[in-house]
Write a protein that binds this ligand. Structure first.
Ligand code: HEM
Length: 502
């Protein structure tokens, strides 16, 4: 029984296994040694005990026990797909970004959609913002537009991000998401009202990932060849339209398939029904900001489209499913710090915090050389000496690992423009001047049709009906919503003791 014969020892060529990392038809250890029995452990006699020298068993179990890496602290649940971005409109007067150099230019992309709060295996029907992260593999390095489906965020200072996430995450004692914690924390943050006007709206539960908008959320800066700077906001609009799940549908869909959005994305692409979004920008002359009654760099604000119209730029087409979920989703790493010449950050102090956070968490989550992994590495030539450390798997034979050197012809890249604005100011920890917390939330509510307003109201009342929410907290929320829209505030107040039913 122990005798095995190897009939086919010839390595299998790439032709036979075109999409696999492996090139032999027989089983081996990771070091390439043939394994003649992968069914039974090496034992003393037929029953055991197992010998410690059973290397194939030890390697197999040790690999298995390390199969998972830490999940993302936020956006753990996600699905990704690949495709391309194509420029459709010339914006070279606004930016010198090479990937936007002319209509028709295509750039390969990988996109990851996600929910924010819950774990890697959580249902995709929960009320939560959705992540919409796009990595453009440009000729000038990767540009990551790491956005959400809502165009605004709950708080505006990076110092508050861990708190808002903790408030939304499950209670550390019970491990249950509890409204009283969310309402308690955000009662200190009236700037959250505008984002609640998205969260409690129907779009709080998108039908799937294909039928939702995307937004870069923050204000970024575009720079043209002459060094002129304009503020910019990025927006994705799906060509198949925005669709949502109302409460009953979400319960039905989520109860049937907790991965329905991942499945919808995968199946649509496999069927050749490629999801597509148009990219639009809004631009603003930096001087214009003084004329506004809100701060355009404030991440809790949108820019009114009648003053700052949407300008078309290109289209995003997802026409290829990923080959491996672990390599192209779990080990995928986006970073809003990754910009390209012609696109820059703004002084938005929420965005500034993000510039630090992503690389930091990814060095912890994936290891210091995570940017060498195929999904994360640039597809253009690159060159530096920052790659020693765990898992530098590049073959290298250079003798020069310092810069500059007269023995190495590598030189600085060509200079590209930075925002010309002069930065001055005293060190301070302070709120922004133009908070304007209520107007845009009220404006948005007033655009809803009556049935949509009613559903919105029910969700607010439901959220505030948690018995652990105190009278004080409820009163604060009623006051906030009243300042956004007087009649909405009154309705919330009069309904609060009534449990709404949909
Ligand atoms: C993921 C931090 C604000 C969108 C993450 C991750 C961290 C993080 C640590 C996990 C990254 C990883 O493990 O690869 C922060 C901090 C923020 C902030 C500190 C504020 C100071 C935002 C905002 C947006 C956003 C405003 C929306 C524009 C995303 C998305 C992902 C993500 C889409 C998932 C990326 C992926 O699919 O891998 N964030 N975040 N974040 N964040 Fe943020």
């Amino acid at each position: 029984q122990e005798q095995e014969t190897f009939t086919d020892k010839e390595p299998m060529t790439g032709e036979h296994r075109p999409s696999s990392a492996f090139n032999t038809p027989f089983w081996t250890t990771n070091s390439g040694a043939p394994v003649w029995n992968d069914d039974s452990a090496l034992t003393v006699g037929t029953r055991g005990p197992i010998l410690l020298e059973d290397y194939p068993l030890v390697e197999k179990i040790a690999g298995f026990t390390r199969e998972r890496i830490p999940e993302r602290i936020v956006h753990a649940r996600g699905a990704s797909a690949k495709g391309f971005f194509e420029v459709t409109h010339d914006i070279t007067h606004l930016t010198c970004a090479d990937f936007l150099r002319a209509p028709g230019v295509q750039t390969p992309v990988i996109v990851r959609f996600s929910t924010v709060i819950h774990e890697r295996g959580s249902p995709e029907t929960i009320r939560d913002p959705r992540g919409f992260a796009v990595k453009f593999y440009t000729r000038e390095g990767n540009f990551d537009l790491v956005g959400n489906n809502f165009p605004v965020f709950f708080v505006r200072d990076a110092m508050k991000f861990p708190d808002v996430i903790h408030a939304f995450k499950p209670n550390p004692k019970s491990h249950i998401q509890e409204n009283w914690r969310i309402m308690d924390f955000l009662s200190h943050h009236p700037e959250s009202l505008h984002t609640f006007a998205f969260f409690y709206d129907d779009i709080g539960v998108p039908q799937d990932y294909r039928h939702m908008d995307g937004s870069g959320v923050h204000t970024f800066t575009l720079l043209n060849k002459a060094g002129q700077a304009r503020y910019v906001k990025f927006h994705w609009r799906p060509t198949c339209g925005v669709k949502n799940l109302l409460e009953e549908e979400a319960i039905r869909v989520g109860g049937t398939n907790h991965s329905h959005a991942t499945q919808d994305l995968y199946d649509s692409i496999a069927a050749g029904n490629y999801p597509e979004w148009k990219l639009f920008i809004q631009t603003m002359e930096p001087d214009h900001e003084d004329k506004l009654d809100f701060d355009p760099l404030d991440v809790t604000k949108t820019w009114p489209e009648d003053i700052f119209p949407l300008q078309p730029v290109g289209r995003l087409v997802l026409n290829k499913n990923i080959d491996n979920f672990f390599a192209e989703n779990e080990m995928l790493a986006f970073n809003p710090a990754f910009v390209v010449p012609g696109v820059y950050y703004s002084d938005d102090k929420f965005l500034q915090g993000r510039i630090f956070a992503y690389g930091d968490t990814q060095r912890h989550r994936l290891g210091p050389n995570y940017l060498l992994l195929p999904a994360n590495a640039p597809k253009c030539p690159h060159h530096n000496n920052h790659i020693d450390g765990a898992m530098n798997f590049l073959h290298r034979d250079e003798e020069i690992d310092y810069f500059p050197s007269r023995f190495d012809p590598v030189r600085h890249a060509e200079k590209h423009p930075l925002p010309p604005r002069i930065l001055t100011g005293r060190r301070t920890r302070i709120k922004i001047e133009k908070e304007d917390n209520f107007k845009q939330a009220g404006d948005r509510y007033r655009t809803f049709a009556p049935d949509r307003q009613e559903r919105f109201l029910c969700r607010i009342v439901d959220g505030l009906s948690d018995p652990r929410i105190t009278h004080e907290i409820r009163s604060i929320w009623i006051s906030y919503w009243s300042q956004a829209d007087r009649s909405l505030g009154q309705k919330i107040a009069s309904r609060l003791n009534v449990r709404p039913s949909y």
